[in-house]
Design a protein. Structure first.
Length: 371
């Protein structure tokens, strides 16, 4: 079965996801603002959920059409083949949003879409009432510039929920963003990774997963595992495939440090839940005492900043300190994500390259020093 999919994603990582999808064998990959479209079969549905380091979720694209009136929305939704995915017993709640469109009332759109799906399924199944006691098929809609897009979610809890982060410190970086930064840093299985402001360890853990090609979704479940229309064996097949592609016996090492002893305790606990946890080492240490334990190294960090944990003055003093300890040296590269546009001035060097990324709703820049 050929299925069309959509991956919603953090702004700035669309290209990274598109490359990952091609690597996974997806077809018709097309990156747009805030989302990536692709197609594949049932195995690809399971594969991307299990293996993607960067995607937020995997959605089935049911269809798109123009809707400026509720009647157009109703008819457009009713014309889509919902019965191909939703059974007689299945639950199908509806949620979504509308932007820059004639149909701006989300609650009204929700009600119209639900009614249209019910009418379609009534005509297909010949029944007048749906108990919705079966597996959840979350219907998502977006209406942008009068174009309605209808989707079914296959993921459930967002893909950033890997299962290792049971507790966290003040302002953790999202796992999918951490993985994306590791990809931009071209992290490999023979590298030594440092994060001298590691907090609960997310950047180091995601770096280790990425460098070893360990599928982040191996040990979690997805809502589509309960979809009756999907073969049950695809999940087992794709988990086995993912495990067969892991890199083992590598030279990778990760060193994390932080001034906060409680954060280090959490990082150690988080890392211990993963097989590559033994490759990661954590200690309480101030950034001013940062030390290099290898000839070459990749430093990736997400320093606390104005909108998070420090006021502007403290943050800029920290950046100056980083500029002193992250010295220019052959074999060493540094990647720092921050929303502070004065970062380069305080750090003392202009980045070799920078890239706009979003940490949640905060517009940031990834400053890259590698020359």
């Amino acid at each position: 079965m050929k299925i069309n999919f959509v991956i919603p994603c953090l702004l700035g990582v669309e290209g990274i996801i598109a490359d990952e999808l091609r690597f996974l064998g997806a077809e018709n990959v097309n990156a747009e603002n805030g989302r990536v479209l692709f197609s594949g079969d049932e195995n690809m549905l399971a594969r991307v959920n299990i293996c993607s380091h960067f995607a937020e979720r995997v959605q089935i694209l049911m269809g798109s059409f123009t809707a400026t009136t509720f009647e157009e929305l109703f008819q457009g939704v009713k014309n889509l083949p919902w019965e191909e995915w939703i059974g007689k017993e299945d639950a199908f709640p509806v949620k979504g949003y509308s932007l820059k469109s004639a149909l701006f009332s989300v609650s009204d759109c929700q009600a119209i879409i639900k009614k249209a799906v019910v009418e379609r399924l009534k005509s297909k199944y010949g029944i007048s009432w749906f108990d919705e006691t079966g597996p959840v098929h979350q219907i998502q809609f977006s209406i942008m510039n009068d174009k309605a897009t209808l989707l079914i979610d296959t993921t459930g809890a967002g893909l950033h929920k890997r299962g290792y982060r049971l507790s966290q410190n003040g302002a953790p970086i999202k796992e999918t963003l951490a993985a994306s930064i590791c990809a931009l840093a071209k992290l490999r299985h023979y590298h030594t990774l440092y994060d001298p402001m590691c907090g609960s360890g997310t950047l180091l853990i995601e770096g280790a997963l990425y460098a070893h090609n360990i599928a982040p979704g191996l040990n979690r479940h997805f809502s589509a595992e309960r979809f009756d229309v999907l073969p049950k064996n695809i999940w087992k097949e794709e988990r086995e495939r993912a495990i067969s592609l892991e890199k083992v016996d590598t030279d990778f090492v990760g060193y994390g440090s932080d001034i906060d002893a409680q954060a280090i305790k959490i990082a150690v606990e988080n890392a211990s839940r993963l097989p590559i946890g033994k490759k990661l080492h954590f200690e309480k240490r101030d950034i001013k005492d940062f030390r290099k334990l290898s000839e070459r190294g990749t430093v990736i960090c997400n320093p606390p900043y104005g909108e998070r944990l420090l006021d502007l003055q403290e943050a800029e003093a920290l950046y100056k300190q980083m500029g002193r300890v992250f010295d220019k040296q052959h074999g060493w590269s540094y990647y720092v994500i921050t929303p502070d546009e004065e970062f380069e001035n305080c750090f003392g060097r202009k980045a070799d390259k920078s890239r706009k990324l979003y940490n949640g709703m905060i517009k940031c820049r990834l400053y890259m020093y590698f020359k």
